[in-house]
Design a protein around this ligand. Structure first.
Ligand code: BGC
Length: 245
């Protein structure tokens, strides 16, 4: 079976679609509902159940979640409710829907989609994929193999503030920065990430990556930069692909 349901859980929306895991194409409509507030395990499980029934799906589900995920369990909260820490996300959603769930970190899922089917195809050595959105998600690949749960956005940056609060797309909007001004911050983040991890390539995804031409002049890091192929669907696609691993 190559058509699997992928669900991408984010701080503002929960998105789902059936994915052809060979090509990465979506093979159903893409459905979205707003993340319930507060986003507790019970309320999010309710929203996930609603999406599964909207798509009339039964079968294994791949799901990505915006926290550190170890063996299906949330190990951090970041932009989700603290209540999630320690919760078995896979079991919570399985109990609610009656379907088997595989759960991985959202940036890892997006990275898997890019490495297998997108901008990372053919890249060797160490590749870091980044999703620049509300936070900064990161995924680390060595010779195509994912090393899960890299959290580069939480490195301390300017004045000790985590980089994701200083250099994310949300920080650009909140601090009302021009692309040029924001590029200085984001370049600082890339320089630090390059110093710590010595990647051979960066792949940039998430909202801000669509505007690369607006800020590319401010990027001085020597590591080659590639722009993601899947953009907003990368999480859904990578989540579905994770089921097969
Ligand atoms: C979280 C990461 C997540 C990223 C993007 C960060 O705040 O710590 O686990 O991948 O946001 O959602």
């Amino acid at each position: 079976m190559t058509e699997l349901l992928g669900i991408d859980i984010g701080g503002s929306g929960i998105k789902a679609a059936l994915v052809d895991c060979e090509s990465g194409e979506l093979c159903s409509e893409r459905v979205r509902i707003a993340t319930p507030r507060p986003a507790t395990p019970d309320s999010v499980a309710g929203a996930v159940t609603e999406l599964v029934s909207q798509l009339d799906y039964s079968g294994p589900v791949g799901c990505c979640f915006p926290t550190i995920v170890v063996d299906g369990r949330a190990k951090s909260a970041s932009n989700m409710e603290r209540e999630w820490v320690g919760v078995a996300i896979d079991e919570t959603f399985s109990e609610a829907t009656g379907l088997p769930f595989t759960v991985i970190n959202d940036a890892d899922a997006a990275g898997v989609a890019e490495m297998r089917l997108g901008a990372g195809v053919g890249l060797s050595g160490t590749v870091i994929t980044l999703t620049i959105g509300t936070g900064i998600g990161s995924a680390f690949f060595y010779e195509g193999q994912l090393v899960p749960n890299l959290e580069l956005g939480h490195m301390a940056g300017h004045d000790g503030v985590p980089y994701e609060r200083w250099a994310s797309n949300r920080a650009r909007k909140t601090d009302d920065l021009s692309w040029e001004e924001w590029a200085v911050r984001f370049d600082g983040f890339l320089q630090r990430a390059a110093r710590v991890c010595t990647p051979d390539h960066f792949i940039l995804g998430g909202g801000a990556s669509k505007k690369y031409e607006e800020f590319s002049d401010g990027i001085t890091v020597e590591t080659p930069i590639h722009i993601a192929r899947f953009l907003n669907d990368a999480g859904i696609i990578g989540a579905a692909m994770a089921v097969r691993q």
